[in-house]
Design a protein around this ligand. Structure first.
Ligand SMILES: C[S@@+](CC[C@H](N)C(=O)[O-])C[C@H]1O[C@@H](n2cnc3c(N)ncnc32)[C@H](O)[C@@H]1O
Length: 235
């Protein structure tokens, strides 16, 4: 029994920002995951664990094969599904993934022991805020899939550790469509996330040394390419 995620967790994951029939089509028509990944995907579904949805999986397959990153950093491991997906499509990559939830860490460790056959994945335990400053490597690809209000807080540390030309992908940035609303329309419990995401957009979408794009897959991806060594973010 997995305790962390209840049936009512992550309501925004179930508020598609694209027409439901198109989402269904993308999920049904694009090739399913197989073997180990299929086992993990059904475990996540059974226990309501929020792994990347199938339309994002399909996009990651082609993106990661095309970018062929050698060094990948992920914030938000959960059970290790996206880390193992990236490992599968970037067989020469080293993947460092961070999580702070003991239950997810336990499940991820077991899954990496069983399925990370090329020993590509290193799991770092702890809050990303504490772990990020300790990282010595630079990365070609960073995937941020953790607490949404904190993306903007992690961004400076992430940018320092991203290579020039490297790509940062940030998941679930549409807040089920709330990001397009005025602050006054946002429910009290959602306001910290809303403010964090607006600050993230402010910092990245028009930045002269970043190329940024919002991609309507799942609850929205923000993709950022770093174009200069030192990125100065607005205060
Ligand atoms: C959406 S799940 C990750 C799903 C995974 N990327 C996948 O698609 O297979 C988010 C994970 O981020 C972790 N997390 C959230 N905030 C974090 C933080 N500040 N530091 C480390 N991990 C964090 C949670 O414990 C959770 O396991």
């Amino acid at each position: 029994m997995v305790e962390t995620y209840s049936q009512h967790a992550n309501p925004n994951m179930r508020r598609p920002v694209v027409k439901q029939e198109i989402v269904d089509f993308m999920r049904q028509r694009q090739a399913p995951v197989t073997d180990d990944l299929a086992v993990l995907e059904s475990f996540a579904k059974e226990h309501n664990i929020p792994i990347i949805p199938h339309e994002t999986v399909a996009y990651f397959r082609i993106l990661i094969e095309s970018l062929a990153p050698e060094m990948i950093l992920e914030i938000g491991t959960a059970i290790g599904f996206s880390a193992l997906l990236m490992a599968h499509h970037a067989p020469n990559a080293n993947i460092t993934t961070i999580d702070r939830n003991p239950e997810m860490i336990g499940l991820a460790k077991a899954n990496f022991a069983q399925y990370d056959r090329r020993h590509q994945v290193t799991l770092l335990e702890g809050d990303a805020m504490e772990v990020l400053p300790t990282l010595k490597d630079s990365y070609d690809l960073v995937f941020m899939d953790s607490a949404k209000s904190k993306y903007i807080v992690f961004l400076p540390e992430i940018l320092k550790r991203t290579k020039v030309g490297g790509v940062i992908i940030i998941d679930d940035v549409f807040q089920g469509g709330d990001v397009a609303l005025d602050f006054s329309e946002i429910k009290r419990g959602q306001r910290a996330i809303y403010k964090g995401l607006q600050a993230l957009f402010e910092a990245t979408l028009d930045h002269p040394d970043l190329t940024a794009s919002l991609v309507p897959l799942g609850d929205g991806l923000l993709m950022i390419r770093k174009k200069a060594e030192n990125i100065i973010l607005p205060d």
